[in-house]
Design a protein around this ligand. Structure first.
Ligand code: FES
Length: 180
């Protein structure tokens, strides 16, 4: 018995065998890999199809017909209207409100009644102390007829895009107030 064999016998270890891949293993790895690749090719488009609308930004109809132009005066009036929104797979028609009036410059404009302080709803001429102003009942913010913030609120009321077509007022996206 040589030294090497003696050492094995002493430590009770078996000789190290080199592991070689059998033909069966090679085939199952290769076919498994190809199957996974083809499966991914089918599943990824399906996942994209399912998830894609969710990743798209919310869209809203561009213009909404709200009221006849002839009904608008210097005195702001509240009008409710619905917009069609698509948010991923979810479609909805939330109701919005606009206070529409004719300014001293003769132009018709529409304000959003969401108070710029903490989001309560303002009303026109709602407090006798603040005549001919928008007033917020939550913390007392008030605004001019153009939506300019006079107290409490840090910014003017937002303004809708507006166009007149065939005698009707159409409202579009909401944005910052451009009158003050
Ligand atoms: S939310 Fe309007 S004053 Fe505070």
């Amino acid at each position: 018995m040589n030294d090497h064999t003696n050492q094995e016998a002493q430590h009770g270890e078996k000789p190290v065998k080199r592991r070689e891949m059998s033909r069966r293993q090679f085939l199952s790895y290769t076919l498994g890999g190809a199957g996974a690749f083809m499966g991914a090719g089918m599943i990824i488009p399906m996942i994209r199809f399912a998830v894609d609308p969710v990743l798209k930004p919310k869209t809203q109809a561009a213009w909404v017909k709200v009221v006849e132009e002839s009904k608008i005066t210097d005195e702001p009036k509240s009008f409710k209207f619905k917009v069609h929104q698509v948010d991923g797979w979810y479609e909805s028609d939330p109701e919005l409100e606009a206070w529409i009036s004719k300014g001293k410059d003769g132009k018709i404009f529409a304000l959003n009644p969401t108070c710029k302080h903490l989001g309560c709803t303002v009303n026109w001429n709602a407090n006798p102390e603040y005549k001919d102003q928008y007033f917020c009942p939550c913390h007392g913010a008030h605004y001019t007829s153009d939506g300019k913030n006079l107290a409490v609120a840090p910014a003017p009321l937002d303004q809708y895009e507006l166009k007149i077509e065939n005698g009707f007022v159409y409202l579009g996206q909401l944005g910052p107030n451009k009158r003050v």
